[in-house]
Every structure is written in C-alpha cells, then in structure tokens.
Design a protein around this ligand. Structure first.
Ligand code: SAM
Length: 295
C-alpha cells in the first residue's frame, strides 16, 4: 500500500474518528487512533478489549490498561525473560505468574535447557483471546513443555510444594486480582518456592510515575532476598515509556554471572535484548536511584 493510500485510508478513518486513551491518574497519558474494535468482553475477572490501532497494531487492553501491542510487546517479554535466564547456569524449571498473553513463555522457551515452564494465569479468557488474536505471542502455549494452570498465582504459591529455578511475575498493575502479587507475603512465598540458587524477576511498574510502588517492592524484596537489583527498559506504550523490573537472586549475580559464552553460542533472535543491554539495563538514572532510597 503506498504512502498516499495509507493517508487516504487514515483520512477516511477520520470520518470515524475513534481514539483510545490510557490516562495516568486522569492527568496525562497515551492516546492511540483506533482502526477497529476487534473484541470487547467481560471475563469473571476483568474487562477485555482488543483494539486494532494504526500505530501499534493489535493491542490487548485489560481493565482499560494496555497490556501488550503487536508492535512493542517483544521488549517487555525479552527483558523479563532473558536477563534471569542468561544469569542462572541451568534453568530447568520456570514458573510464570500472570503472563496469559504467552509472550514471556515464548521467550523462556528459546532457552533449550528449560525442561518445563508453568504458567499460572487467573483468567482463562485472556489465554483464549490471545491464542485467537495474538497467535505470534501465544505461539508456545501449546508447546509440550508448557503447563498452564488457571488459578490465582498467590494461592498457587501458598499451596504448591514444587520448587523452581526461576519465577517470573508477569503481572499487570497492582489492581484487582493482581494487588496480592505486590505484597510481602506473596514475595516471601516466592522465595520459599525457589531452589537454593533460584532467581525471581517481577515487573515493578514505571519508575517515573509509580515510585512509591517501586520503592515499597524494593524494600520488601531486599529484606527477603540476599540480592535485589532493579533494571529497566524502554517500552513506548507503557506509562512514561520507562519500565522497571526487579531481579532477586539467592546466589547468582546478573552481571558477574552473565553467561556471555552461552548467549553468543545460542544466538537467539531478539529485537531488543543483547549482551550490551544485559549490562546497561542495570545502570539507573539518578531519579530512579534516588526514588528507591528512602530519604
Ligand atoms: N506485561 C503486562 C504488564 O506489565 O502489565 C502484563 C501482561 S499479562 C496480560 C498480566 C496477566 O496477569 C493478566 O492476564 C491477568 O489476568 C493476570 N493476573 C492478574 N492477577 C493475577 C493473579 N492473582 N494470579 C494470576 N494471574 C493474574
């Protein structure tokens, strides 16, 4: 389609001028021009919308907040997965809590040493809709190495006696059913369900807009794990564009124990993560460093 055709199509769309806005506390936000509302529904846990947008392709929106877009989902999913997986020397059993779109599972299974990845997602409808509308994200949910449990991740952590090498908390914001995934009791259960050399990574919100949440999480996790380190990535469709992850480890260090040779030998295809990013992501701007140190 030529540039002119695109402009003509978009000008036609102005006759049907629909924009989706995700606002941060009603004062600032991102607004995106919508081509088509592909799906809108209500699960037992949340509202689920799938929008086709001009700029970011299809977009999964839960409870009115952007979760993934076709255009930039790879950044978040590569960064929550490859940093812990290229730190742990032999990650065989991986647990993903949340993550119903399947993007984190897809990235985890790029590591051949992983024998099983368990996805604990509370909302079966999210998995169902992502398999239907985001097949390139949900592609490994049918992999024989993938086990999917539809239940509350906090309850699973209370009840399971399994242990894992890596646990990834791929949660939405701390609202509704996800609120419990940001609490100290849950983080303690994660610690208890990790092997003696285990690693956990949790998405820890925007260090620009959500400094209180990030600081509280960091304080909790630093009191539970011997090592807690924040790293960040640039994610265009997340509030402020800067997003944080908190890596917690019982034994290995993401920089000193980075498996550089395995990274180079494996040659996995990524569009954001690389060995330079693996190091640089832990270099924090002063405003983030200052935000996590209680003055
Ligand atoms: N990358 C996204 C982000 O950073 O906001 C998160 C993606 S994923 C869609 C988040 C998933 O967590 C949702 O599918 C939601 O249903 C699920 N979820 C929320 N609370 C949960 C809980 N307590 N246990 C398990 N899954 C939960």
């Amino acid at each position: 389609m030529s540039e002119n055709d695109i402009i003509r199509e978009e000008s036609m769309a102005d006759l049907w001028n629909v924009w989706y806005s995700e606002l941060h506390q009603g004062r600032a936000g991102l607004t995106v021009k919508v081509k088509q509302v592909v799906y809108s529904g209500q699960s037992p846990f949340q509202r689920i919308d799938i929008l086709d947008t001009y700029e970011f392709g299809k977009m999964l929106v839960l409870y009115g907040s952007i979760m993934i877009t076709e255009r930039d989902e790879y950044i978040y999913h590569e960064m929550i997965s490859h940093i812990p997986l290229f730190t742990h020397p032999n990650p065989r059993k991986v647990l993903v809590i949340g993550g119903g779109d399947g993007g984190t599972v897809r990235e985890v299974l790029k590591h051949p040493e992983v024998e099983q990845v368990t996805l604990v997602e509370i909302d079966e409808m999210v998995v169902e809709k992502c398999k239907e509308y985001f097949p390139e994200v949900a592609c490994e949910l049918t992999n024989p190495k993938t086990r999917i449990l539809f239940q509350d991740g906090a309850r699973f952590m209370e009840e399971t006696d399994e242990k894992f090498d890596i646990i990834l908390i791929d949660s939405p914001d701390p609202v509704g059913p996800a609120e419990v995934l940001f609490q100290k009791k849950f983080h303690q259960n994660v610690f208890d369900r990790l092997n003696d050399d285990g690693i956990m990574v949790a998405q820890s919100e925007s260090p620009f807009y959500n400094q209180r949440t990030l600081r509280r999480m960091y304080e909790n996790l630093s009191g539970i794990f011997p090592l807690a380190m924040i790293y960040w990535a640039y994610i265009p469709t997340y509030p402020s564009g800067i997003w944080s992850f908190t890596l917690c480890s019982k034994q290995y260090h993401p920089l000193q124990d980075f498996k550089r040779e395995q990274y180079r030998a494996l040659g996995i295809k990524t569009n954001y993560y690389n060995e330079g990013i693996h190091q640089a992501a832990f270099v924090l701007p002063n405003f983030v460093k200052n935000a996590i140190v209680q003055k």
